[in-house]
Design a protein around this ligand. Structure first.
Ligand code: MF3
Ligand code: CO
Length: 303
């Protein structure tokens, strides 16, 4: 999504707690034994003029555990789609499968009713970049490439991931695009480490796409996730190294670059107001994970 503001460094001027008081994160530990050093380090970056997260973007261990449980369900649902998807299946059938199984897990599909979205999943075929609406009319056929994007709410925690599926055998161009898009996501994940910047991750994604003659969509990106469907920060996959927000342990967001075979330009379906297409009609591919920044790298919470 494209409309979240990033926090500015100046907002990281929190007061307290005092060093011997309980930490703000609710761990029950003294502040000096919990987040105090991390907060000081963040403040240094803010003073140097970098964008830094505020406390609302730093999840506690208990919250991450909740998101992890939600993510396990989202991953299992995509595993199930992988088993069942086939030529001749409609995207409506995929959606029905997802909705039923989500409920069977005691969870809720996050897209359903989200800002009026009518279905439980997004299914984006060929030149559809994202936010394809499942339909009885869309019958998957040999050679199609399709992104199935699922988001789950479980016990109040949100997770978000998507995968590409190739229906039967496709063209070398589409086959390669699906592979390059996956490698872009992996290149991004490899750069998710505390005390680096989201721009370092974005630059790795964008560089890999360019090296392979592909382009990365600029106007739609990723987002923080976990306590809501879409949280700050907005996550770009084209920003330069050393820019964008500082990554710190406890941040949870998506890595979901949309990679196009041709131009990065996109347009929106004005009949349904949702589905995004490539401007040149060439194919687009996307893989998505939800990640948490850890002390020394990241953990994939939904795949
Ligand atoms: N994972 C997609 C996103 O974050 C799902 C959107 S659901 C929709 O943009 F309802 F917004 F389409
Ligand atoms: Co998303």
């Amino acid at each position: 999504m494209d409309h979240w503001q990033t926090a500015d460094g100046a907002s990281f001027l929190h007061k307290g707690p005092e060093r011997n008081d309980p930490c703000w994160c609710g761990s029950g530990k003294k502040y000096k034994q919990c987040h105090m050093r991390m907060d000081e380090r963040i403040r240094q970056y803010a003073l140097e003029g970098h964008m830094v997260p505020d406390r609302s973007m730093i999840k506690t261990a208990a919250q991450i555990e909740g998101i992890r449980e939600s993510g396990k369900i989202n991953t299992a649902l995509l595993d199930l789609v992988a088993e069942r998807i086939h030529a001749g299946m409609t995207t409506e059938e995929i959606d029905r499968l997802v909705e039923e199984k989500t409920r069977a897990f005691g969870a809720v599909p996050a897209p359903l009713g989200y800002e009026g979205f009518p279905k439980s999943s997004c299914t984006s075929i060929n030149d559809q970049v994202c936010h394809g609406i499942p339909s009885e009319k869309d019958i998957l056929k040999e050679g199609d490439i399709v992104n199935v994007d699922l988001s789950t709410i479980y016990r109040g925690y949100f997770s978000d991931s998507s995968r590409m599926f190739i229906i039967g055998k496709t063209t070398p161009e589409k086959d390669r695009l699906v592979r390059v898009a996956r490698e872009c996501m992996e290149a991004g994940i490899a750069q998710v480490k505390p005390w680096q910047f989201l721009g370092d991750m974005a630059d790795a994604v964008n560089r890999h796409a360019k090296e392979n003659g592909c382009s990365v969509v600029v106007d739609v990106g990723g987002h923080g996730v976990g306590l809501e469907f879409h949280e700050e920060p907005f996550v770009s996959y084209v920003a330069p190294k050393g820019t964008e927000m500082l990554m710190v342990p406890g941040m949870v967001f998506t890595i979901e670059p949309m990679v196009n075979a041709g131009t990065a330009e996109i347009c929106i379906d004005d009949e349904n107001g949702w589905t995004i297409y490539t401007m040149d009609g060439k194919p687009s591919a996307q893989w998505e994970v939800t990640v948490a920044v850890t002390e020394d790298g990241c953990e994939i919470l939904a795949w």
